[in-house]
Design a protein around this ligand. Structure first.
Ligand code: NIG
Ligand code: FE
Length: 401
């Protein structure tokens, strides 16, 4: 069974051997054939092969579905009041994580699942076709496992973030960071392992220090998980260097970088994942994307969707921020939000529309991908294909008229 999408005004393949030869591999007046859920042919509308079915894209732009490589969708409640306080001048410290932990522990499985489903659908409707989802608002063995189990109902890119913060508690029974790190590396990791692909830690003053972060990631690697890290978000610290040392797939946030950090990332396979929704929502200075790109580091853009520091599921919004606030070009931003995200998840099957890629495609009601940043806040994604199929979740989620 083959499907031809024709009359694509502009097709972004992310395959530089195609079309205009730029990193985006742009083809104008293009067509694409999908077979068995994968891209089987791309080229010009004037020379299309035969196919069982045809769809007319009507001049729309087609891009690879966004790869959101960093989200925290499993939680209950929100922290709108904390956001309002910040907008009135209060700083973001990460202390609010415990508020969400309390709400998450108190929520039923059904409630958590419904929340993830809503955010997942929201992301999909804005063109996200691959999403990583972390645990980290449970912080007990059972609550972390439950979060990962529910995350796994929506994605294969699940991340164990038991080391998100040290849980509340005081007196003799209270946690300290060292004792809690032992739990994370021992019993919690053993229980979480079957439900996770990745291990993550919030390496930050007030969360986990360098030694604790190294212990968490090393234990995870030993258990067969792949490492990634929250690094250098609120302060300059050891996170980025640790990421490179341990060959993490990604160092996320990278808001406070030294020249040595930039150099280390540029000389490594670790992707610098930037999360401008967090700087927007915490009114913080944006990371220096230019320094990273100019040094030759691979950059990814992701939402960091969570109820505290970045309550957005919108990759187009993050892309627009990256262009306007981080001096990325529209092409760099789109590449980072697709191919960059795939690199950050060590995936070769998504983030591009070269031959053999999974047919994850977002059609934009726009003549060019440039409109993603040029028309911020406007819903341009009209249709989403996941594995070559029109997203059923979106069709089912459509309000009946
Ligand atoms: O990536 N930095 C740690 N974790 C989240 C924020 C979590 C929260 O505030 O609830 C982040 O920004
Ligand atoms: Fe995060």
């Amino acid at each position: 069974m083959s499907l031809l999408i024709e009359h694509i005004g502009e097709l972004v393949t992310n395959d530089p051997t195609r079309g205009d030869g730029s990193p985006l591999g742009l083809i104008r007046d293009a067509a694409l054939v999908i077979e068995d859920g994968h891209v089987a042919w791309v080229g010009s509308t004037t020379s299309v092969p035969a196919a069982d079915e045809r769809i007319d894209a009507g001049g729309r732009t087609a891009i690879p579905g966004f790869v959101d490589s960093h989200s925290h969708l499993v939680f209950a409640g929100d922290r709108a009041a904390e956001f309002a306080a910040r907008m009135a001048g209060a700083p973001y410290t990460g202390g609010g994580i415990r508020t969400t932990v309390a709400a998450t522990r108190a929520a039923s499985d059904t409630k958590l699942r419904t929340n993830v489903a809503r955010l997942h659908r929201e992301a999909l409707s804005q063109g996200t076709t691959t999403i990583e989802i972390k645990s980290g608002y449970g912080l007990t063995v059972d609550d972390e496992v439950r979060s990962l189990r529910i995350a796994g109902e929506f994605t294969s890119e699940t991340t164990f973030l038991g080391a998100h913060t040290v849980p509340a508690g005081s007196g003799a029974d209270g946690w300290n960071a060292d004792r809690y790190t032992e739990l994370v590396c021992g019993e919690m990791l053993a229980a979480a392992r079957p439900y996770a692909r990745w291990i993550d830690v919030f390496c930050e003053r007030g969360a986990f220090d360098e030694a604790q972060s190294r212990a968490v990631l090393t234990a995870g690697i030993k258990a067969g998980l792949l490492p990634r890290i929250h690094a250098n978000q609120l302060t300059a610290g050891a996170g980025v260097q640790l990421a490179v040392e341990l060959d993490c797939a990604s160092a996320d946030h990278c808001t406070h970088l030294s020249p040595a950090d930039v150099e280390a990332l540029a000389g490594s396979a670790t992707v610098a994942t930037l999360l401008p929704g967090a700087e927007f929502s915490t009114r913080s200075p944006y990371p220096d994307a230019r320094a990273l790109l100019d040094a030759g580091a691979t950059v990814a853009l992701a939402t960091d969707c969570n109820p505290g520091s970045s309550y957005t599921s919108s990759m187009p919004f993050c892309l627009a921020l990256a262009v306007r606030e981080m001096t990325m070009t529209p092409a760099e931003a789109l590449s980072s939000a697709t191919a960059g995200g795939a690199r950050a998840l060590r995936r070769t099957d998504v983030g591009h529309l070269g031959i053999g890629a999974r047919a994850d495609i977002a059609l934009l009601d726009a003549p060019s991908y440039l409109h993603l940043a040029y028309r911020p806040g406007v819903k341009l994604v009209s249709t989403v294909f996941v594995g070559g199929l029109l997203s059923k979740e979106l069709l089912d989620g459509e309000p009946s008229s």
